[in-house]
Design a protein. Structure first.
Length: 174
C-alpha cells in the first residue's frame, strides 16, 4: 500500500487516459495547467488540409513580390531580425540560378526561405526553408509534388546544385 507522500505510480501519471473513450474525463486530463490548456485550445481544431491550403495561398502572394529579372535575386525582410549575412551569401553563391530563373529570399531573422521559379513565374517553384532541419518543396502549378528533408543547410545546398536546373526544366509529372 502506497503512503500519502508517494502516490501510486498510476495516480501520478495523470496524462495517460485509461479505459474506453466515453469514460475518459477530457477536461480533468487537460485542465492541469495553463500550458496544457493553451496547447489544447491552439491545436484542437488543427486541420492539415487547411495548413497546406494556407501555404499554397501564400506562394502566389510572395511570387507577386518578385520584380527582378531572370538570373537575379530579390530580398524581402519580414522585419523580425536579419538572417546571418554570411549564411545568406553562401546560399546565393552556391545556388547558381539558371538563366531563366529568379529567386526571392524571405528573411525571417532566425530563418530564410528561398523561392526559386522559372518561366512563367510560379509555374514551377522550388521552395527552400533554411531552418534547423531544412526542407525543400517542389511545386508545379500550385500543387505540391515532392518534399525533401535534410539534416543541414550544407546538405540541402549540395543536393540543389544539381537538382535545381534539372527540376525547373523537367517535363510535367503525370
Amino acid at each position: 500500500m502506497a503512503d500519502e507522500k508517494n502516490p501510486p505510480v498510476e495516480e501520478a501519471k495523470w496524462w495517460i487516459d485509461r479505459g474506453p473513450v466515453k469514460e475518459r474525463d477530457k477536461d480533468s486530463a487537460l485542465g492541469r495547467g495553463i500550458i496544457e490548456k493553451w496547447t489544447y485550445e491552439l491545436l484542437k481544431d488543427y486541420s492539415q488540409e487547411r495548413a497546406v491550403r494556407n501555404v499554397v495561398d501564400l506562394n502566389p502572394k510572395f511570387l507577386k513580390e518578385i520584380t527582378v529579372g531572370p538570373g537575379e535575386w530579390q530580398y524581402l525582410s519580414l522585419g523580425v531580425g536579419n538572417y546571418p549575412p554570411d549564411r545568406l551569401a553562401k546560399i546565393k553563391s552556391t545556388l547558381k540560378l539558371p538563366s531563366d530563373a529568379r529567386a526571392l529570399v524571405i528573411d525571417a531573422g532566425y530563418s530564410a526561405r528561398v523561392m526559386i521559379t522559372g518561366e512563367p513565374i510560379g509555374d514551377r517553384l522550388i521552395d527552400i526553408n533554411f531552418i534547423e532541419g531544412p526542407s525543400v518543396d517542389f511545386w508545379v502549378r500550385n500543387e505540391l509534388i515532392e518534399e525533401k528533408l535534410f539534416r543541414s543547410g550544407e546538405a540541402t545546398l549540395r543536393y540543389l546544385q544539381t537538382a535545381l536546373p534539372r527540376y525547373l526544366r523537367a517535363p510535367d509529372p503525370d
